[in-house]
Design a protein around this ligand. Structure first.
Ligand code: B1M
Length: 208
């Protein structure tokens, strides 16, 4: 596990897959390996903040984590046919962070939803258009990782509300708080991928 963490922090892309496999073989659970990679990313964020590393190194760490997550994916998600309906998700305009979004999508998909991924840097109108294109979709997820893109999250929620489309709006991401979610009129805030998937299942059950 220490090796996995160090490889993510240092952005050692080529070495991460065998290291993750080694940690699993040694008895670590997929969730534990995922958690340690999250700890590594926090360390990377701190190093960036204190000018110890450059953006290129932060990007290398992100790519390394993403590749490591690839090894865990079959273990974290049960897969199976989508039974709970569609779930549209994206990261707001101006924001390129997608590791957290991808994890949320992975857990939601594993819970039985068909996930429609809008990607990153998604303008508010594209969220609305995706809902128009998928009128059977009853839940949408909006992610933001920068304090500077919280305004874009607000605009996105407003645009969806103004469209009159009947959909439950879930929001999340590191700078998002329950109070902010309430202030902008989002329906649900969850702090992480696991709780997002749980909440989405609850919503789908209530709508069924
Ligand atoms: Co950026 N970045 N970054 N970055 N980056 C942060 C967020 C930062 C905190 C680093 C720091 O300074 N300490 C800081 C933001 C400061 C702030 O706004 N207060 C920052 C900055 C400043 C920037 C740039 C502006 C740097 C620059 O250019 N000067 C720039 C912005 C680019 C842009 O978006 N326009 C930038 C760029 C990048 C990279 C491209 C290099 C890379 C992203 C690569 C990628 O995503 N493909 C990157 C990275 C990797 C980070 C850190 C280090 C790690 C983010 C991450 O992947 N975490 C990050 C520091 C940190 O987070 N500690 C940082 C792991 C991931 C699993 O967690 O994304 O939080 P997270 O997702 C969680 C929850 O938040 C939640 O569930 C997820 C899983 O449990 N969640 C939801 C997320 N969405 C949800 C939605 C939900 C529910 C839960 O419902 C719908």
């Amino acid at each position: 596990m220490d090796n996995v963490k160090e490889l993510v922090v240092k952005g050692r892309l080529k070495k991460i897959e065998p290291a993750v496999q080694e940690a699993l073989d040694a008895g670590a659970s997929a969730q534990e390996v995922l958690d340690i990679m999250g700890v590594a990313m926090d360390e990377v964020g701190l190093k960036f903040q204190t000018n110890e590393i450059f953006i290129s190194e932060m990007l290398a760490a992100a790519k390394t984590m993403q590749r490591g997550v690839g090894v865990l994916k079959p273990l974290l998600g049960g897969g199976g046919a989508a039974k709970l309906g569609k779930f549209i998700m994206g990261t707001v305009a101006g924001d390129l962070h997608d590791i957290g979004k991808n994890l949320v999508e992975m857990m939601i998909e594993a819970s039985g939803f068909e996930v429609i991924d809008l990607g990153v840097d998604v303008p508010a109108e594209n969220f609305v258009q995706a809902l128009r294109d998928n009128p059977d979709c009853k839940i949408i997820g909006v992610s933001a990782l920068l304090t500077t893109t919280l305004d874009a999250m607000k605009e996105t929620v407003e645009a969806i509300k103004e469209s009159g489309i009947d959909v439950t709006i879930m929001v999340g991401g590191a700078p998002v708080t329950p109070a902010f979610a309430e202030e902008i009129g989002a329906d649900v805030y969850t702090p992480d991928a696991g709780s997002a998937a749980e909440k989405a299942k609850e919503i789908a059950a209530a709508l069924a």
